[in-house]
Design a protein around this ligand. Sequence first.
Ligand SMILES: [Mg+2]
Length: 302
Amino acid sequence: MTTHSSDSGCLERALDSLRGLSVGDALGSQFFVPDNRPLLGGRELPPAPWQWTDDTEMACSVVLVLAAHGRIDQDALAASFARRHDFDRGYGPAVTRMLRRIRQEGADWRELAAALFNGRGSWGNGAAMRIAPLGAWYAGRVEQAVHQAEISAYVTHQHREAVVGAMAVAAAAALVADPAGAPRPVALLDAVTELIPRSAVAQGVRRARDLLDYDDVATVAAVLGNGRRTSAHDTVPFALWSVARNLGDYEGAFWSTVRAGGDVDTMCAIVGGVLAARREWAPPSAWLERTEPLPDWVPEAV
Ligand SMILES: [Mg+2]
């Protein structure tokens, strides 16, 4: 496929983040398997290969659309989500129904996404889980990252909290990937809070900032949420807390995030995608090798 050649640096960074997202997603989801739970205490890796889930599949579409259009084109994004939707990747039932209707009946994402949950729209964490590579694409251009993330969210998640959750994750990734240097933990969470609208997500991120000196992951997850409710506001604050606590340390970030339980594949996908937005903070190569490769339709950097 053709990509915007002037955007090759953007695409490289987005792919770095996408790989980090896929490792977090794939390895995180291994800990839903009861036999693997005892490995957590000793930080032992479960047997490979690690298959990624819906988080990675949707993030691949985000990168595909950015490479083809140089920005988020909502119709192209909806079409790619629908075309690539694989039932066995662990999608939520509402998104599955919606993407099937788009693919099989040519239904309009605008109507379907707006009608979800009695017209409130979904406040699930699905718009946030897939968006870190977009933040990496817009490295250092945080306002554009936030704006494009907002546009990308509406395709499936129209509730305010879900949209703001995606904006927050994209902002964090754009800040982490900033060529001028990544911010320190407090500055990172302060900057994210300033970039997003007033919301439960923003309140959670502010609380996450106040808890940066807490060492006990279980306590922090009990306060901020661990994604168990799969809502954006139950997911994004803890994910960004974990990012800020573990800047420069993908492995440490993974183990501390997975210990919180809850929606671990999505939590680890967000954390991994944001950290790996900075190339030198990539996952260990041994982890990448055990992770299922990205699908062949993902564009390659030239
Ligand atoms: Mg998943």
